[in-house]
Design a protein around this ligand. Sequence first.
Ligand SMILES: [Zn+2]
Length: 224
Amino acid sequence: MKVPQSTLIYAHVRRELVEAGASIEVLLADVNAKIREHGGIILANKQILRRPIELGWDVEGYLDDYTSTPFVHPECEWREAQRQYFGDLWGSPAPYQYVSERDQYDQFCISARDPTPYLVPGELIYAMVEAIGERRGIECPCHHTQIVYTSRHRLLCMGCGQLYRVLARPLEQTFDVGISNERWESAFDDHGELIDDELEVRGGRVGLNSVSVPIDGFPANYLH
Ligand SMILES: [Zn+2]
């Protein structure tokens, strides 16, 4: 059966709650309150979770020293450009950052699968991205690496929904054709084989265009 779009996320949970033996529901309620208050939360891998986590999202806990490792949350740059872009894209102009309480969110976490569609309504895939920088190709940890460039001038993996980068400005070249999220989803069968005859496969790449985007430091800041 075809697996619907969902993104694997890891969210840190509050140490003092874990140490007091709190239930998963209580741990989620604490994180979800931040998401509701701030419109999102920046996770350790810099993905932005913007919907409260639900118990039905295959939630698993990593709540002891054997299954978790210490982590120090860095402060992510968040200025006017980030506020504008993510406010416009997701209504998340100022997501919560763990850095303000990093001693409480320093190890234990939960995983879950966020079922939010990868693209926002109206967003179109313009091209497959061939490479990042000169030294390395792109390999997404999901192993299905399908990094695309979209009409929202961002790079994300359609194999898993991971956002890699937002370009500060759209690429100057124009794209004749864009592929919607729905069309992309229906272009592949249950085994990941392309079944949309109008989408060509060239050199193992699916798509009508491909672009090289010269960015190093992947996956550093969102805006570049
Ligand atoms: Zn991926």
